[in-house]
Design a protein around this ligand. Structure first.
Ligand code: YRO
Length: 316
């Protein structure tokens, strides 16, 4: 069985690796990822300077998934530059997530990453704050266009953008038009749907402390939106722009569904946080088992081949 996949010129042993955010911030966490069966190493979104992030509790699990308002805790871009470089011996793709607090912060970091001939790709996080009072960059199409134009001009390697979820076909169309003109190589759908609220009835309190309890939602609850965003962008984007799916993946069947919907690769966030680095081996094995049961020997035999339900006379 062959699970090999490519992202532009980059080769992956299988399509499952970590989402930026969970367990990819410190030296120890990145080393654990390197030693795991994750098919690549993607680091926590970085800023120019080190950030402590928001006060704890800032990540919690609940019955349907997770909620977080981490506030971008990271060790500063120079740390990820050094740490990723030191993991070359593990011979898997090394990807840096970049999320500057401003256009000029991104420019500074992208110039530095452009000088690294060992780095495989950059994932530019568009869920970053813009001017206060404006929506996050990914929900501001003009701002998204400018951020991508600048990133493409400064970073000559494989470049992708991490997108927030969209919920309206007009928004998909507008973003797809920007992406098709941008020169980016891939998109990653989806970042956590923002500003959910989870309440603990016993304590009559929010689950997390920052932002009066509001935070990004991950896990099982968001899988339908990850799938819809992958599916719609696969329909609207130029075929050369590849798609990484993320949102609620916790089984080989989940991986299969994302590939069917049109993803080329997938990332795991909440379930990696819950289960630890053994999850990559489990998901790759479960995908392989499912493919065997369906008599598939290669991903290309079902990738992007989702069918629409046929008509029936009875029921709703
Ligand atoms: O709080 C975070 O660090 C965070 N959490 C997410 O679920 N997605 C993200 O992209 C980030 C970093 C960016 C931001 C939400 C702090 C603006």
């Amino acid at each position: 069985m062959n699970l090999n996949v490519s992202l532009a010129n980059i080769k992956f042993d299988h399509p499952v690796f970590n989402a930026s955010g969970p367990l990819c911030t410190t030296k120890e966490e990145l080393l654990a990822l390197a030693r795991s069966n994750s098919s690549a190493i993607l680091s926590k979104s970085c800023t120019l300077e080190k950030r402590d992030g928001n006060p704890k509790p800032r990540y919690k699990e609940f019955d349907l998934g997770s909620i977080n308002s981490m506030g971008l805790p990271n060790q500063g871009y120079e740390f990820y530059l050094e740490e990723l470089e030191s993991l070359q011996e593990f011979q898997k793709p090394l990807i840096a997530s970049v999320s500057g607090m401003s256009q000029s912060e991104n420019a500074h970091m992208l110039r530095a990453f452009d000088k690294c001939n060992w780095l495989d790709a950059i994932e530019l996080n568009l869920s970053c704050p813009n001017v206060i009072g404006k929506p996050q960059v990914g929900y501001d199409f003009q701002e998204s266009k400018e951020r991508m134009r600048e990133a493409r001009a400064l970073y000559r390697g494989v470049l992708g953008v991490k997108l927030p979820p969209y919920f309206d076909f007009a928004h998909f169309l507008e973003m797809a038009e920007v992406l098709n003109q941008s020169g980016v190589n891939f998109v990653t759908c989806i970042n956590s749907p923002g500003n959910g609220l989870v309440i603990d009835a016993d304590s009559e309190s929010t689950l997390i402390r920052p932002k009066d309890g509001f935070g990004g939602i991950g896990g099982k609850l968001i899988k339908p939106f990850g799938l819809s965003n992958v599916r719609k962008f696969r329909e609207l984007l130029n075929p050369e722009i590849q798609i990484i799916g993320v949102g609620g993946i916790a089984s080989g069947t989940d991986v299969f569904e994302y590939l069917l919907a049109g993803a080329d690769l997938v990332q795991v966030g909440t379930a990696f946080m819950q289960e630890g680095s053994g999850i990559f081996e489990r998901l790759a094995t479960e995908l392989q088992e499912l493919m065997k049961n369906k008599n598939y020997s290669e991903i290309s035999q079902f990738q992007n081949q989702l069918k629409t339900a046929g008509p029936v006379e009875s029921g709703y």
